[in-house]
Design a binder for this molecule. Structure first.
Ligand SMILES: Nc1nc2c(c(=O)[nH]1)N=C([C@H](O)[C@H](O)COP(=O)(O)OP(=O)(O)OP(=O)(O)O)CN2
Ligand SMILES: [Zn+2]
Length: 130
């Protein structure tokens, strides 16, 4: 019999400036975005009494810990982006790695992180199958 799985998604926003080094075009200049981040976690076992996989409140609190590191910053000034560009792709990986550490003691697995500068442009990051 196939075992079912639940997937939870929470989102958060942050506002920051960045510039893409070596980009030939206007994105090489400093500019800002209202970024959106989505985090997906999966798991097979619900808390028996509550019927929940993980409290959305707890998941949002962890995500806010991560986005607070990015909010109202010039992203190129952060150590993680001193050499690599704060592109949507690398921001998604940054959030994924931070969230993976923070979720270590929770009964869920991190499935995917999405970062978007605007609704029409999204970058997704995941590691292997979950
Ligand atoms: N794959 C990626 N491509 C681009 C990224 C990125 O992170 N990953 N980032 C940028 C710049 O940050 C730029 O600010 C985004 O540009 P965008 O808003 O999409 O471009 P426009 O202002 O011209 O918007 P239109 O929707 O095309 O009018 C660039 N690329
Ligand atoms: Zn940009």
């Amino acid at each position: 019999m196939t075992q079912g799985q639940w997937r939870l998604r929470v989102s958060s926003d942050f506002s920051s400036s960045h510039q893409l080094r070596h980009y030939e075009g206007k994105c090489e200049n400093m500019h800002g975005h209202n970024f959106t981040v989505e985090v997906d976690v999966v798991g097979e076992s619900l808390d028996q009494r509550l019927g929940i996989l993980m409290d959305f409140k707890a998941l949002k609190r962890l995500l806010k810990e991560v986005t607070d590191e990015l909010d109202h910053k010039h992203l190129n000034d952060l150590p993680d982006f001193a050499e690599q560009n704060p592109s949507s792709e690398l921001l998604a990986r940054f959030v994924f790695r931070r969230m993976k550490d923070l979720l270590a003691s929770y009964p869920v697995r991190l499935a995917e992180v999405m970062v978007s500068e605007k609704a029409s442009s999204r970058a997704y990051y995941s590691e292997g199958s979950v």
